[in-house]
Write a protein that binds this ligand. Sequence first.
Ligand code: ATP
Ligand code: MG
Length: 157
Amino acid sequence: MAERTLIIVKPDAVQRHLAGRIIERFESKGLKLVAAKLMQISEELARRHYAAHKDKPFFERAVKFMASSPSLVMIWQADGIVDIVRKMIGSTFGYEAQPGTIRGDFGCSQRYNLIHGSDSPESARNEIKMFFTPDEIVDYDLADAGWLYSTRIGPKK
Ligand code: ATP
Ligand code: MG
């Protein structure tokens, strides 16, 4: 099965009406949406999601932000998707993220940063389990997959 990643369109992006434009970027890239739900993330779930940062000074603030208003939580799928999406998202805050990235194009806050993407295939697997049950994930074939994902000629690198 192709790699999956967990994407969270965070409270600031939903409030700023940016969810559609963010989804549009992933669709244009040819990635496949396999699950989505709008949800109010609880502080308890946000704490589990950011557990790796629990000793960092920003932990409580990041948890409160994630639980402050609804988020759009999604799973996207494609070979190599974790790296692809991290590049598309850009560095952690918009004031330093490259133009052309989601964070670089849509924000300059030093506090809110619009979107989360898993940072490794292993974190993606753990995060997906935190937010979705298996029956909420819908796999299917994209009709244009042959054009989107044509494999290179010769041995795989
Ligand atoms: P995310 O995990 O949300 O995709 P990221 O991987 O770019 O973001 P992490 O280092 O995992 O960044 O930090 C998790 C979250 O904690 C960030 O999205 C941000 O909301 C918050 N955060 C990270 N670093 C800082 C900081 N130096 N000051 C304040 N908040 C921070
Ligand atoms: Mg992270």
